[in-house]
Write a protein that binds this ligand. Structure first.
Ligand SMILES: C[S@@+](CC[C@H](N)C(=O)[O-])C[C@H]1O[C@@H](n2cnc3c(N)ncnc32)[C@H](O)[C@@H]1O
Length: 276
């Protein structure tokens, strides 16, 4: 079959599972051929070899598997990161959290931070690349994110800056830390998610408890207990009110919330030991 014929057939196959079936068909075929998308348009009469292998990729996408797991990588911030099933695919809104944290690091000359829940390494890798003097201890409770994040750290030559530890929250971190950043699981246990998310992405990365904000609250208490000055976290669009009440109940006075590009509440930054 030619490129043109394959694209027509694949577009039809992906109609139920993808919002942009033609675009995704092109991405998958370009990946299979190890070419840029433009090649498909320039050489649309070329025969495609190893069609069975390509069909297997299409089958996975037709079953709602995320494109990023099929090709094994994703674009995030200014880099390409390895991902696989068992690791959350980093989301564009997390780039806002990184920019907020980068601002604090720069203004306050911070050199030692911790990340809770490293996943693919998205946050720590981008921050370490921005600040070559920054040291990061990053934790995760799951083995796959620990392995994959270490691979990404190695790809960017950041082994001297980022240390990954298996740990619940900061249990295995005893060094002095100036700031904690986290995009923890924050979705309520019974929240209905789309198939491409719930059937493929790790539960440990998605669900924060029965209500959803349980782990966020644990992180706040842990950071407060340790006297760490800054905490920046991503959260769910409906968690501003409960988190604000929680801060007040715990005597935390200096905090601000931020929104994502769609205008939804998306996270907070706390400054501890200032007035609280
Ligand atoms: C939402 S993902 C975020 C991954 C990555 N930081 C990002 O922004 O793409 C949350 C991560 O936290 C990890 N995690 C969940 N509970 C944890 C805990 N109690 N302590 C440390 N890590 C945890 C999960 O395994 C997962 O990798």
């Amino acid at each position: 079959m030619t490129i043109k014929e394959i694209l027509t057939q694949t577009t039809k196959k992906l109609q139920q599972s993808c919002q942009r079936p033609r675009f995704e068909a092109e991405l998958l075929l370009a990946h299979h051929l190890n070419k840029e998308r433009i090649y498909l348009h320039a050489f649309d009469n070329k025969e495609v070899k190893n069609f069975e292998a390509f069909e297997a990729l299409v089958e996975r996408r037709a079953n709602h598997e995320p494109y990023e797991y099929i090709v094994g990588s994703t674009s995030f911030y200014d880099i390409e990161l390895k991902v696989e099933q068992g690791v959350l695919i980093p989301r564009p809104e997390t780039e806002i959290l990184i920019d907020l944290v980068a601002e604090i690091i720069e203004k306050k000359n911070i050199t030692s931070i911790a990340e809770i829940g490293i996943g693919s390494g998205a946050i720590s890798v981008v921050l370490a690349r921005k600040f070559p003097n920054l040291k990061i201890i990053a934790t995760d409770i799951c083995d796959t994110p620990i392995r994959v994040s270490r691979q990404n750290i190695e790809t960017f030559g950041l082994e001297k800056q980022i240390e990954v530890r298996k740990s619940n929250l900061l249990d295995n971190v005893n060094e002095p830390i100036e700031l904690v950043v986290s995009n923890p699981p924050y979705i309520a246990q019974d929240f209905i998610l789309e198939s491409n998310v719930v059937d493929y992405e790790p539960k440990e990365a998605l669900f924060g408890g029965v209500i959803g904000d349980e782990l966020l609250k644990e992180i706040v208490l842990e950071v407060k207990k340790r006297g760490i000055k800054y905490l920046a976290c991503e959260m769910g669009y409906d968690q501003k009110e409960p988190m604000e009440s929680f801060f007040k109940q715990n005597g935390i006075k200096s905090y601000s919330f931020y929104r994502d590009l769609a205008g939804f509440d998306r996270g907070f930054v706390i400054i501890l030991n200032v007035t609280s």
